[in-house]
Write a protein that binds this ligand. Structure first.
Ligand SMILES: [Zn+2]
Length: 945
């Protein structure tokens, strides 16, 4: 699965900078200092592998000895038992028959025949079923058939079938009838619509297959499924497998039978029913690839087909293993909670993440589509073919698929510079992981809600950063060889993390586990202080690590800790020599709290402590080092400049540096040409404006805004609004990044005026504007817009020709400032104008709109009951995450008490994190105000002149 997009700091990417990137040597293992880490391998590993292999991997968590648990640092399972099924009854072959017609009504019914293997004699069988009526239980064994009595356990989301006499061990078939209603919350088997057409789709991860049919809904309980569906003749029916047979039934009805699937976890099953059209197929070897969509969108499928073919080919090569399913359908779903879902052989997407018009799409939107398609296709092997045994190891799926998508798309389109995008994502993960209420990548999961909570930045982006760190440490070849072994060894089965470490250790001859486990099982990440001293013609680098904390108070107490947190850091740094301007790459595995590295050779001019931003830590440089770096920004790569800005900003927020020093550094980027580096300035500058300058009064806020315009306005003016002939993507994106700085944050008067004119023209003709400017122009239009413009936006959203355009105008309804327009958008959020998939995103955007925030929060509280029905469990965290924009102490109290009274099961952690962010924002407001005032009134600091 991948989340619905738009990270706050989404990049709008750039052209290749191959020369700069390739100047540095690659990261082969040979370059590493071999620092042996002594650590005994876990004895429990062998046992784990066995159980995972035999398809009973779920026992791994439970059967782990307390000793091995202590060693792994994981919390012992507590309430888990209540939510897990017995391990001695396992499904093997499942026949599922369904009867539904979404155009006629919401009711559906079906029958399921579960081919089981019982390891021991028992009197009852418990399996998952939630919000379904289950009846007519019958068990067939070699000794004959038995009738069963069905007891529902709604609190466990199970039914228990009891029999009057014991069932013998061995094989048996359990037959059940069931009935339910298509849901309206985008989970399980749910109803969706597009115009007048009605559909049914599934979304089953993490634990909603039990809302679809009675089943063994745990990832390690894989079975082969044979699905058949009875419905109206006019509907298309899609599922994981190819269609085996379509039988006409008369009366306008038909039965569609699918071929049996290979062994699959229940969360990977898929069903789509309704009027759908398909593209012409494209092929990757034998595999037929199609894009499916609601009627009339066929013109938007070419890019998805090309991407799927390209990335599937590259994935087959990487894994050295053919695509494991019969065909590949990519389905654009008109109302969908996640961004996309890796159902085996039938991947479902939001329309915005699959259907694209090459003429009007922004490069950022297009890159995201490619990344998401590749992420889901990587799951076909990593997740679907080999599956984590339990949700604790969700990151095994997601971290890898995330990393793989960037790796593969970067190989396909190096000019897109995918690792710049990754840097934006990673930066958000570093932000979250510095909070007290973060969590380790490996997290104990006791309930479906806890599993759902873990689809977050830590599991995906921190996880992918750790995967990337390991790949760089072991070397690309070794890493790939290990992954190939791992996939072959565990295909169609389940795994725990140790299985991957073992495969990687085998090929690399290195102890992988001791390095990786600290990153996987420990919350947070290090702040690595790097001090440089010249001594007797040599340079000495002194390292000291401590846990990086977002809060200054926490940072102080962490620094004082007697036994500080420690990570083995595969450190790679840039070293610039004083003469000849040569830059070299230095490596060391830093496994202690304090460490040293001696650099031979000529004197050093400066160092940068996180080469390629390949490590998941923040380097802390001395002020003198930073001063030299700021003078030679061009000497480090764009991604390192992005990193430098992000780290320094976080270090200011954590109380380890002053705001004015950061602003000096930011202004040193006035001549910056890389669009992603410019985009990195957006978050700190807009935060400084809103949270620190604005509370000091209009005058201070205006002074900051004009400083920003002063610094970046000329660069924007020089580019003009329209692209010159033959202009490359990098310039287009630079223009867009500068517009965001000068228009959205600096609010330059002439720029706002032109933006308004451009917005009006764009509404008339979508080709009148360079596409990459569209987001900013629409936003700036809304900010200045009246009721007339609001109507035009609303109309444009309703009649949009592409999903991206619809989204752009719909979301911009939340950017208007006038209270009556804010009110209108809020009431629209309760209607079908805003789809169920978009409500939470729109509200979170409105909480971030200064003019609309309070009104939105009041509305959320007032209409909570109605809104909850329109915000599915994973998306509901979005508005919670946005509440810190409200800013004040009173708002914090209000948010805390509201969610205490109205707890959200999948949002408990999001609430804790939001309150923590409120506190952090309030703290820096007071602390940094004098520095900002000084910087604004006294002008550029002495240092810069
Ligand atoms: Zn995923």
């Amino acid at each position: 699965m991948i989340g619905e997009y738009t990270r706050p700091n989404a990049a709008r990417t750039a052209e290749p900078e191959a020369s700069r990137r390739r100047r540095y040597d690659s990261h082969s293992r040979a370059g590493w200092e071999r620092q042996k880490i002594v650590s005994a391998r876990r004895k429990s590993i062998t046992g784990k592998r066995k159980s995972a292999r035999s398809g009973r991997g779920r026992s791994t968590g439970r059967k782990r000895s307390s000793k091995s648990r202590r060693r792994s640092g994981a919390t012992p399972p507590r309430a888990r038992k209540a939510h897990r099924l017995a391990t001695d009854v396992l499904p093997r072959d499942v026949e599922l028959q369904l009867d539904l017609d979404p155009a006629r009504g919401k009711a559906f019914k079906g029958e399921v025949a579960l081919g089981l293997h019982l390891e021991r004699r028992r009197r009852s069988i418990e399996l998952h079923a939630a919000e379904l009526r289950v009846s007519r239980a019958r068990l067939e064994t070699r000794q004959g058939a038995l009738r069963g009595r069905v007891d529902a356990h709604p609190e466990r989301e199970t039914v228990e079938v009891r029999f009057d006499q014991p069932i013998p061990a061995g094989d048996a078939t359990l037959r059940l009838a069931f009935a339910g209603k298509l849901r309206s919350d985008l989970r399980g088997l749910y109803a969706a619509s597009s115009g007048q057409r009605s559909y049914a789709f599934t979304q089953l991860e993490a634990a909603d297959a039990r809302r679809f049919f009675p089943c063994f809904d745990e990832p390690a309980m894989k079975a082969r499924f044979q699905i058949s569906v009875t419905t109206a003749t006019g509907h298309t029916v899609l599922s994981n497998s190819a269609v085996a047979k379509i039988e006409p039934l008369g009366g306008g009805r038909k039965r569609v039978r699918f071929r049996p699937t290979p062994p699959l976890s229940t969360y990977l099953l898929a069903l789509a029913v309704g009027e759908l059209e398909a593209s012409q197929p494209t092929h990757c070897g034998e595999t037929e690839i199609r894009v499916w969509h609601v009627p009339g969108k066929g013109a938007l499928t070419a890019f998805a087909l090309e991407t799927a073919r390209e990335t599937l080919t590259r994935l087959e090569t990487y894994f050295d293993l053919a695509y494991p399913y019969q065909k590949l359908d990519l389905v654009a779903v008109p109302d969908f909670e996640a961004g996309a879902m890796e159902n085996a052989g039938a991947v479902f997407f939001r329309e915005t993440l699959l259907l694209v018009d090459p003429e009007t799409v922004t490069l950022q939107e297009k890159k995201r589509v490619a990344e998401v398609i590749c992420h889901e296709l990587a799951h076909m092997w990593y997740g679907d073919l080999v599956t984590m045994a339990w949700w604790n190891d969700l990151w095994l799926n997601e971290a890898f698929a995330t990393w793989m998508a960037f790796h593969v798309v970067d190989g396909w389109k190096p000019e897109w510079r995918m690792w710049h995008d990754f840097q934006h994502h990673r930066s958000a993960a570093l932000g979250m992981d510095a909070l007290r209420h973060s969590h380790p990548i490996y997290t104990e999961v006791r309930s479906p809600d806890e599993a759902t909570e873990n689809f977050d930045l830590i599991t995906y982006e921190k996880g992918a950063s750790v995967v990337r760190m390991i790949e760089r440490y072991l070397g690309a070849e070794n890493f790939r060889a290990g992954v190939r072994i791992y996939l072959r060894r565990h295909r169609e089965s389940n795994t725990v993390a140790a299985d991957l470490w073992r495969a990687l250790s085998e090929v690399s001859d290195q102890e992988v586990e001791p390095i990786v486990r600290a990153w996987i099982e420990q919350q947070g990440f290090p702040l690595l202080r790097i001090r440089r001293a010249e001594r007797e013609g040599r340079t000495l680098l002194r390292f000291r690590q401590e846990r990086f904390e977002a809060s200054p108070a926490a940072q102080r107490s962490s620094a004082r800790k007697e036994r500080p947190s420690r990570w083995p850091i595969p450190w790679v740094g840039r070293v610039a020599r004083a003469r000849r301007r040569r830059i070299s790459t230095e490596r060391r595995l830093i496994s202690r709290v304090r460490d040293e590295l001696v650099l031979e050779g000529e004197p050093v001019r400066f160092i940068y402590g996180n080469a390629d931003e390949g490590g998941f830590f923040r380097p802390l440089h001395d002020p003198e080092e930073l001063r030299v770096l700021a003078e030679e920004l061009e000497a480090i790569s764009a991604v390192e400049r992005m990193g430098l800005l992000g780290h320094q900003w976080a270090i200011v927020r954590a109380g380890r540096a002053k705001l004015d020093a950061f602003l000096d550094l930011a202004m040193a980027f006035g001549g910056e040409r890389d669009p992603d580096v410019l985009m990195t300035l957006r978050t700190p500058l807009s935060f400084t404006r809103r949270q620190i300058a604005a509370p000091l009064g209009d005058e201070m806020e205006a002074a900051l805004m004009s400083r920003i315009v002063e610094e970046f306005g000329d660069a924007f003016a020089a580019l003009s609004w329209d692209p010159a002939g033959g202009e490359g993507d990098e310039i287009k994106l630079r223009r867009a990044a500068l517009l965001a700085l000068v228009g959205e944050i600096g609010e330059s008067e002439p720029v706002l005026q032109t933006a308004m004119e451009r917005c009006s023209a764009y509404l008339e003709d979508r080709h009148s504007l360079e596409p990459n400017l569209a987001d900013s122009v629409v936003n700036l239009g809304a900010r200045q817009g009246d009721a007339g413009l609001f109507e035009r936006f609303l109309e444009a959203a309703k009649t949009a020709g592409t999903p991206q355009e619809r989204r752009r105008f719909l979301m911009a309804l939340g950017d208007f400032l006038a209270p009556d327009l804010v009110k209108r958008t809020l009431s629209l959020s309760l209607t079908d104008t805003v789809g169920t998939q978009d409500v939470a995103i729109l509200l979170s955007r409105m909480l971030g709109n200064r003019a609309a925030g309070e009104q939105t929060w009041e509305f959320i509280k007032r209409r909570w009951a109605a809104l909850r029905r329109r915000m599915p469990p994973m998306l509901i965290t979005r508005p919670i995450e946005a509440t810190p924009h409200l800013g004040s102490r009173a708002a914090r109290r209000d948010v805390a008490s509201f969610f205490r009274a109205n707890p959200v099961p999948t949002g408990a952690r999001a609430v804790r994190q939001a309150l923590e962010k409120f506190d952090l924002n309030l703290e820096i407001q007071t602390r940094a105000a004098p520095a900002l005032r000084r910087w604004l009134t006294e002008g550029t600091s002495e240092k810069r002149r």
